[in-house]
Design a protein around this ligand. Structure first.
Ligand code: AMP
Length: 209
């Protein structure tokens, strides 16, 4: 039976966000990224957004007492939909909550594997366009988006001092989820080291879509 909840796991800059969006679009599932949800809250400039920005900019996960209420609302709205999840769950408690919200769904976990060195290299050259949101990897610190002429900026949480902290949060809090889902036989490991298009191909080769 085809899974109706697909979870993308992987370190920061592993490409999980990009692959999640491509996959969702191609198979007609709803994409839900908790990083985007949190950045939207930050943009609104609310007290909650300010607290989140402070944590995100220090490479820390947002604590569950702030994360769960906003995420759960959206998950409940999506209950009868097929979804691709990017950035959730990020710790074991979140994985249990997801199980509670979707007790009868079929899960598939795609674990995008990239070495720590490669993650660091990618994060330090990742830029986002302030106009169209295009995410690119710069080779020579380019400043202008080729697609729309907008400014290429570095996300605060991609700045060098934050990078190692984000990898540490991933190793300590998120990686244990892989074992949790592996025990249930739900994990497919994907080599995330090659270029984006090749990883996408591998995902489609591996899955039954
Ligand atoms: P992402 O865009 O998925 O890399 O998320 C960016 C940042 O948002 C992360 O480094 C965390 O600080 C925060 N974040 C996103 N999703 C979660 C989550 N499920 N739990 C806690 N923090 C999260």
């Amino acid at each position: 039976m085809l899974p109706n909840v697909i979870i993308l796991l992987g370190g920061p800059a592993s490409g999980k966000g990009t692959q999640a969006k491509v996959l969702a679009k191609r198979i007609g599932y709803t994409y839900f990224g908790t990083g985007d949800l949190m950045r939207a809250e930050v943009e609104k400039g609310t007290d909650l957004g300010k607290t989140m920005a402070d944590l995100m900019n220090r490479g820390k996960l947002v604590p569950d007492k702030l994360t769960i209420p906003i995420v759960i609302n959206r998950l409940e709205e999506l209950r009868s939909t097929n979804i691709v999840l990017d950035g959730f769950p990020r710790n074991l408690d979140q994985a249990e909550i997801l199980q509670d919200v979707f007790p009868n769904e079929n899960f598939l976990v795609l674990n995008i594997e990239v070495s720590g060195d490669e993650l660091l290299k990618r994060m330090s050259s990742r830029r986002i366009c302030d106009k169209c949101g295009n995410i690119i990897t710069v080779k020579n610190d380019e400043k202008v988006c080729e697609k729309c002429g907008g400014n290429l900026i570095q996300r605060d949480d991609d700045k060098p001092e934050v990078l190692t902290k984000r990898i540490q949060s991933y190793e300590e809090q998120t990686k244990p989820i892989i074992a949790y889902y592996r025990e249930k036989g739900l994990v497919r490991d994907i080599d995330g080291q090659p270029p984006i298009e090749e990883v996408t191909k591998e995902i489609f080769n591996y899955t039954d879509f």
